[in-house]
Design a protein around this ligand. Sequence first.
Ligand SMILES: *Cc1c(COP(=O)(O)O)cnc(C)c1O
Length: 371
Amino acid sequence: MVNVPFIDLHAQYESIRGEITDAVQEVLDSSAFVGGPFVEKFEESFARFCGTAHAVAVSSGTSALWMTLICLGIGPGDEVITVPNTFIATAEAISLCGARPVFVDVEQDSCTLDPGLLQAAVTPNTKAIIPVHLFGQPANMDPIMAFAAERNLFVIEDACQAHGARYRDRPVGSMGDAACFSFYPGKNLGAYGEAGAVTTNNAELAGNIRRMRDHGQSRKYYHGMIGWNGRMDGIQGAVLSVKLEYLASWNEKRRKNAALYNDFLHVHEGVILPVEMEYARHIYHIYAIRVQNRDRVLARLNEKGINCGIHYPLPIHLQDAYRSFGLAKGTFPVTEQVADQLLSLPMYPELTHEQIEYVARETKNVTMASR
Ligand SMILES: *Cc1c(COP(=O)(O)O)cnc(C)c1O
């Protein structure tokens, strides 16, 4: 039996251990624990990476989303359109700024926001759209941006799973009014703790988020607005600067690993492979196949030493947290269908050929037996 974890953060750490130790030591020696030069340096290189004028480092992807919405003036009485098949943070940020998430279903192939459904969801209260670049694949941004432009809506990219992905040669993070990134350790660009960022070309918005993350102050103890504590740690800034240098090559390895999985699995009837859309450069934060009897397949693979994930087992509109919305089962059929079928196979840059071959072989065996 080959043991294949779902993700292996240790293997990646080992490959850069010396550089990380030096970078963290430098932060410790200079006591720049919160904000400061290490965070600023990362902001500059991350903005360059995304092709935007500004990147504002914050404490998490969730706080990036929440502070962006607040700083765009979105609040009670407003509606924000997003999808029900995402991590709950996307919807939470909308709810916690006092606005209402309005869900639209996703497309079959990409599992990202279906632009054809925007018209039916928009109302005079709609202020923004948050497309989610799910699993490392950008949402179909051209029709979304065109729809938003016609109606004067903000577009905020939830890019928490898509650092370095591209849409028709445009980097994720550079297309909307703003984009929100998470550097949670398991993301393609992961910190060694909590961290996030907002990218934008809007200088005023960037300035407001900078103030908001620091209690609304632009000068110590003078507070021009009601803000929050949403800052990034110095250690995270230093770690992320080291890791950003490797991100392109790590994403490339993920793409090679995905191609290898596809080669091994494409002839097999029991498995629907992830689709890379013609407009997308997918960076496979998650490699999710679709199978029948998903829970049984997952349990069998576990017995074979293969750890899989489910992203996500229960769509947001069916969560207890959103029960008051009264959105019954059947409201978003594509989201609900894929929630029952999606199975995330192990995916990280350091996966070996042998591990991928083993996972693919066992996936074929198990799906054959579970049909
Ligand atoms: C991870 C994630 C978030 C939240 O980021 P945190 O850094 O964990 O707060 C938001 N949206 C999506 C789609 C995510 O995957």
